[in-house]
Design a protein around this ligand. Structure first.
Ligand SMILES: Cc1ncc(COP(=O)(O)O)c(C=O)c1O
Length: 433
């Protein structure tokens, strides 16, 4: 019952002639050729006229859904006043004030364009502020593709002992030296963190983590993990950095730090903070941000806080946070009913899948029906069979990320959830897994 995607296929052949691999981001190479005509709310239409319920949401920035009116109107209004001016404007004060109001750890912020770049800046800031070189990163966590932290995201055997994984470059082309200053530890396990801090805290600038690990099938923090990290970093004088690229303005108006009630020293937010425009922000306590403010560690960027992105981002954030975060509450509600609904169907049809994660984003993976805690726990998953389920849904008009992730938006409705579950049931009835 595959959809006709002949125009997409022809466009892919055309793209391959002038775009390396036919895709603009290597992530997209894992999907079937799929060229889009337009998106609106929770839906997307391809060039062949097929309509999909979209759970990719452009890999998560579209927290308000496609083409949100408030964001589009703000961008339209800004267009005639100029896209970028190379100096300050009131919009940037307003956006910074909004962010500081909502994000618990943020006394001050700086703006950038992407998660990768602002993570890179935050790590440099942590090193500059503490005068130490090393950082602790967790195996399986993803912090973007800049070389000095693009390490041990999906490492393959041999990868060292469970309690003290080796540091492994993620892709070819990274210098071997990037491995020297990053200590890799298992996610959701405090003992190895304490061991390393006891032995070498004097060399460690920061611990960086995703408060909800999103790359390898959505692992929420184990009870006490975030609190334990906060306690240990305070005890040993090491900075704690939350990578809230995915969780920011999604788990709660103040991100995962508000949702879980654990306040780091520094944070990075991207994706949700832009609601589709390329906007990223990093920031934290005054004492640390002073290292930028006083010029000790400069932070540059031609496109930082350009007026067009400021306008879109500010409108988006105001929409997300107004009425005590009503939009985000809705996002949680629809996400939860989809996740629980899918798990109910997997039980009913005895299908070897499990929807694991948090309410606004989760992953359908091939594993036992219980949460995994670490990256290594995920290695026994059956990704191939889960992919068959995902592709069968895609061929019936439900688009999710090829690795099984579902990303909800404020634009998703109860009706979308109902329709998705109906399609999932049809798939489970007609296919054998
Ligand atoms: C947790 C996390 N950090 C950082 C990044 C990198 O962000 P960007 O793609 O904007 O560079 C991503 C991207 O998916 C992410 O999921």
């Amino acid at each position: 019952m595959a959809l006709n995607r002949s125009k997409s296929e022809a466009m892919f052949e055309r793209a391959k002639k002038t775009i390396a691999g036919g895709v603009a981001s290597s992530m997209r190479a894992f999907d079937k050729p799929f060229f889009v005509e337009r998106g609106e709310g929770s839906r997307i239409w391809d060039v062949d006229g097929n309509e999909y319920i979209d759970y990719v949401m452009a890999y998560a920035p579209l927290v308000l859904g496609h083409a949100p009116k408030v964001v589009n109107d703000a961008i339209r209004e800004q267009l005639d006043k100029g896209l970028i001016h190379g100096t300050g404007c009131e919009l940037e004060c307003e956006l910074a004030e909004e962010i500081v109001k909502h994000v618990p750890c943020a006394d001050q912020v700086r703006f950038g364009m992407s998660g990768s770049e602002t993570i890179h800046m935050t790590l440099r800031l942590a090193r500059a502020h503490t005068g130490r070189n090393k950082v602790i990163k967790f195996e399986g966590n993803f912090h973007g593709t800049i070389a000095d932290i693009y390490l041990s995201v999906t490492p393959q055997i041999p990868f060292g002992p469970d309690h003290r994984p080796w540091t492994k470059r993620q892709v070819t082309g990274q210098l071997p030296s990037v491995e020297e200053d990053v200590v890799i530890l298992p996610y959701n396990d405090l003992d190895p963190v304490e061991d390393v801090l006891k032995a070498q805290a004097h060399e460690i600038a920061a611990i960086i983590l995703e408060p909800v690990a999103n790359y390898n099938g959505i692992q929420p923090p184990a009870p006490g993990f975030l609190e334990g990290l906060r306690k240990l970093t305070e005890q040993y004088g090491v900075l704690l950095i939350f990578d809230e690229v995915v969780t920011g303005f999604r788990m709660a108006p103040g991100g995962a730090q508000e949702y879980y009630g654990v306040v780091p020293d520094l944070f990075v937010s991207a994706k949700g903070v832009g609601c589709g425009v390329p906007m990223a922000v990093f920031g934290g306590r005054n004492e640390v941000m002073k290292t930028i403010a006083d010029g000790t560690m400069p932070h540059y960027g031609t496109y930082n806080a350009n007026a067009l992105c400021l306008a879109g981002s500010l409108a988006g954030i105001r929409e997300l946070t107004k009425d005590d975060g009503a939009a985000i509450k809705h996002l949680h509600k629809v996400g939860r009913s989809l996740r629980l609904g899918l798990n109910g169907l997997f039980e009913k049809y005895d299908a070897p899948f499990y929807a694991q994660g948090v309410d606004p984003f989760f992953a359908v993976v091939g594993q036992e029906k219980q949460d995994t805690r670490t990256y290594r726990d995920t290695l026994t998953r059956d990704y191939d069979t889960a992919r068959l389920f995902r592709d069968a849904m895609f061929d019936r008009g439900v688009w999710s990320i090829f690795r099984g992730n579902f990303v909800l938006s404020v634009a998703h409705t109860d009706e979308d959830v109902k329709q998705t579950l109906k399609i999932a049931e049809e798939v489970l009835q007609s296919e054998k897994y």
